[in-house]
Design a protein around this ligand. Structure first.
Ligand SMILES: [Zn+2]
Length: 356
């Protein structure tokens, strides 16, 4: 885009709904403006004055928080109560639910092959917290209607295997007991897929998956290919067949030596953390839409309004050229982010968010 990009006219802007806008980007078309998709969970709760424990006990508190950020920050999608380890819990993990922090897993629940035999076939409609999370998706969809997509998060098998075994022990297992590790990841596949399908049945339009445990800082490219790649791709493919309109994958952290593999994951969109916009687009834009990557910590959490404006404009200038770009932060937006910083992102789209 040039130095004085055309501002979308009101008639242009009102022509497309948020979901149409995102779908157009995924088809390689140039919609009225760049969509804004943010992962707002802890930020949305704090902004709405809701504690995590309330979000896990009254679904409407979470739904209201999502509706509030949707409207106030002019977003193009809402999020389910994502990264809740509900499948991990159904497979035996103990989950700690703090009063006002995200849930976490304190210790491994799988240590030997015998533990895999305890896995039961997963019924997302009846087990653990899954029905509660699915109900949130249904309520969100009912509230936002067809024009706004609901994004929902199922874990991918490699990530769930890391949660059940403990990441460090799983990585050691590549050398000590590769067959057990492969069996564990394989055993996580059907449960993760079953929950993903249930999310779609409940009303999710966009399936959002992520992996913070297979970046270059965690495992080698070779180990990624051997253990993480195929199950993620197959799950994406199966969820598409089940009706997911769009799949977004978030490779959390640094993945620079395996970008060629990421574009084979059959995700429509890659939500990047540290991958540079122009270098990715110049090589892979035909394969996947780039989503990102205003820095969450340095810029959104610790920066200034002016800093957010500059970095957002910079992302838009690099990303919007030629389309295939969605504006986002580089990861989950931190809870203590100044709301003025998200207003600054939305304002920057109004001023600089037309495609060229
Ligand atoms: Zn991340």
């Amino acid at each position: 885009m040039g130095t004085s990009p055309a501002r979308p006219t009101q008639s242009n802007a009102s022509r497309m709904t948020p979901f149409e806008r995102i779908k157009a980007v995924c088809r390689g078309e140039l919609p009225d403006r760049v969509p804004l998709v943010l992962l707002l969970r802890e930020f949305a709760l704090k902004y709405a004055g809701v504690r995590f424990s309330e979000a896990y006990s009254d679904p409407d508190t979470y739904v209201r928080a999502q509706l509030k950020v949707l409207q106030d920050f002019r977003l193009d999608a809402v999020c389910d109560l994502f990264v809740t380890p509900a499948v991990d819990e159904a497979l035996g993990a103990k989950i700690v639910f703090p009063d006002d922090d995200p849930p976490w897993i304190p210790e491994p629940s799988v240590t030997t092959a015998a533990d895999l035999e305890k896995f039961v076939s997963l019924d997302p409609l009846s087990q653990g917290r899954m029905p509660y999370l699915l109900d949130i998706v249904t309520r969100l969809k009912r509230e936002v209607g067809p024009d706004i997509p609901v994004m929902a998060w199922p874990s991918v098998p490699f990530r769930t295997a890391c949660m059940l075994r403990g990441s460090q022990d799983l990585y050691r297992g590549f050398y000590r007991d590769p067959e057990f590790i492969s069996d564990l990841i394989e055993a996580c596949y059907e449960p993760c897929l079953a929950y993903g399908k249930a999310l779609i049945d409940a009303g999710a339009d966009i399936i959002f998956t992520s992996n913070p445990t297979a970046s270059t800082g965690c495992i080698s490219r070779e180990h990624y290919e051997t253990y993480a790649h195929a199950t993620t791709r197959d799950m994406h493919r199966a969820l598409k067949s089940h009706g997911a309109e769009i799949i977004i994958f978030h490779p959390c952290g640094q993945w620079h030596d395996r970008l060629d593999l990421l574009v084979e994951l059959e995700a429509d969109v890659l939500h990047f953390d540290k991958v540079e916009i122009q270098s990715f687009k110049s090589e892979f834009a035909e394969r996947c839409v780039y989503m990102g990557n205003v820095r969450t910590v340095d810029t959104l959490l610790s920066g200034t309004v002016r800093g957010v404006e500059i970095e957002t404009q910079n992302c838009l200038e690099k990303g919007a050229d030629g389309g295939r770009y969605i504006l986002s932060a580089d990861c989950i937006v931190p809870r203590d982010t100044d709301p003025a910083h998200l207003h600054a992102m939305a304002d920057a789209i109004e001023r600089h968010g037309s495609y060229s």
